[in-house]
Design a binder for this molecule. Structure first.
Ligand SMILES: Nc1nc2c(ncn2[C@@H]2O[C@H](COP(=O)(O)OP(=O)(O)OP(=O)(O)O)[C@@H](O)[C@H]2O)c(=O)[nH]1
Ligand SMILES: [Mg+2]
Length: 333
């Protein structure tokens, strides 16, 4: 279903956007109002992937005096997702219909090349442009080195170094804040996600918190996913800080991030080249000449392997859930 061509027959049926989810309670943004809502009964037992998340467009039955009822989720342009941190194979669906994924990393102990590549893969998988924002440039003496390093993560990644405190580099970000766009803020707690939005909007749009002095970590000031609407019709999804970002359901995102390696692979003499001992291997030649760094190639391989492992776990779990539901159904009859 395309959100532009959706036809609503019932006058009480409306279309809005999910701006907050807290357990089973939803908030829908509809004509500048925020409406409390619950899911229609038929959603229960659905695959969690089909339940509404922040950023989803939904049709709903409007209720003036209480909870509106969410009837359906409109087709998404993409879904930001990751496996849960307990590594059980269960997925967390974070946000839908995101245009720009701001990967916010501060230029202190938080900076991590590997984690940026992970975020970029998740963003590209969700159809969002990965925009790396290196924050707190006022605390760093070699900003240029970090910018150049991030540029090597992927040709698909954009990178900006900023200081929200001293208003450095914020102008460069204006191009992303154009009407109709949705921006999602990803990154560790304390990276400066909420501070960045306050600096852009010029007021305290979001609550911010101090980081711990000893290890530069944040205190999880933002506690739930929430979408806010800026004056110029830009939507921003602020996320609580994330410690880790695993790979699952991210195969195309990883390939997109490492498209340079994909190009090399396509030049190998054999289509099923494993880049080990085969003659005419373009990947090995690039590793030998230094055109491709070994570190980058190993990262590509390890993210791919992790994705496969988690994907297999996810598949096993959904098979188990399906057979459990079937068993319950037949038991009830
Ligand atoms: N020096 C400096 N400090 C900054 C900058 N941006 C943010 N900070 C500080 O970093 C701390 C954490 O900022 P927040 O914006 O709350 O971080 P967050 O990423 O939203 O954190 P969570 O909500 O916990 O996920 C605050 O004390 C900010 O003042 C900056 O550009 N320079
Ligand atoms: Mg925050």
């Amino acid at each position: 279903m395309n959100t532009n061509i959706i036809r609503i027959e019932n006058p009480e049926e409306k279309m809005g956007r999910i701006c907050r989810v807290q357990k089973n309670s939803y908030t829908i943004r509809f004509q500048e109002q925020e409406l409390p809502a619950k899911l229609k009964g038929s959603f229960y037992g659905e695959d969690p992937e089909h339940l509404p998340v922040v950023g989803d467009y939904v049709t709903f039955q409007y209720n003036r005096c209480g909870d509106s009822i969410i009837l359906s989720v409109c087709e998404r342009t993409g879904l930001l997702q990751r496996p849960d941190q307990a590594k059980t194979g269960v997925m967390q669906y974070m946000a839908a219909n995101v245009d720009y994924a701001f990967i916010v990393t501060s230029l202190n102990d938080d900076y991590n090349y590997n984690r940026i590549a992970r975020y970029a893969s998740v963003a590209l998988q969700a159809g969002a442009v990965p925009v790396v924002i290196l924050t707190k440039s006022d605390l760093c003496s070699n900003v240029g080195r970090y910018v150049r390093e991030v540029e090597t993560v992927s040709e698909k990644v954009k990178v900006h170094a900023i200081s929200a405190l001293y208003d450095i580099g914020l102008d460069e970000l204006k191009e992303y804040f154009s009407p109709g766009k949705t921006i999602c803020l990803l990154g560790s707690s304390g990276a400066g996600k909420s501070t960045l939005i306050n600096a852009i909007t010029g007021k305290e749009t979001m609550k911010t918190g101090k980081i711990r002095e000893d290890d530069s970590k944040g205190r999880h000031t933002t506690t739930h996913r929430e979408m806010i609407f800026l004056e110029n019709d830009v939507s921003v999804i602020d996320m609580p800080g994330m410690r880790e970002i695993g790979m699952a359901n991210t195969r195309e995102g990883i390939e997109d991030t490492f498209s340079d390696i994909g190009r090399l692979e396509s030049l190998c003499r054999f289509r099923d080249c494993r880049h080990e001992t085969e003659p005419g291997c373009a990947v090995r030649a690039a590793l030998e000449s230094g055109e491709l760094s070994r570190q980058r190639y190993e990262l590509y391989q390890s993210l791919g392997a992790e994705n496969q492992r988690n994907y297999a776990k996810k598949k096993e779990i959904s098979k188990w859930v399906k057979s459990y539901k079937k068993m319950n159904k037949t038991g009830k009859q």
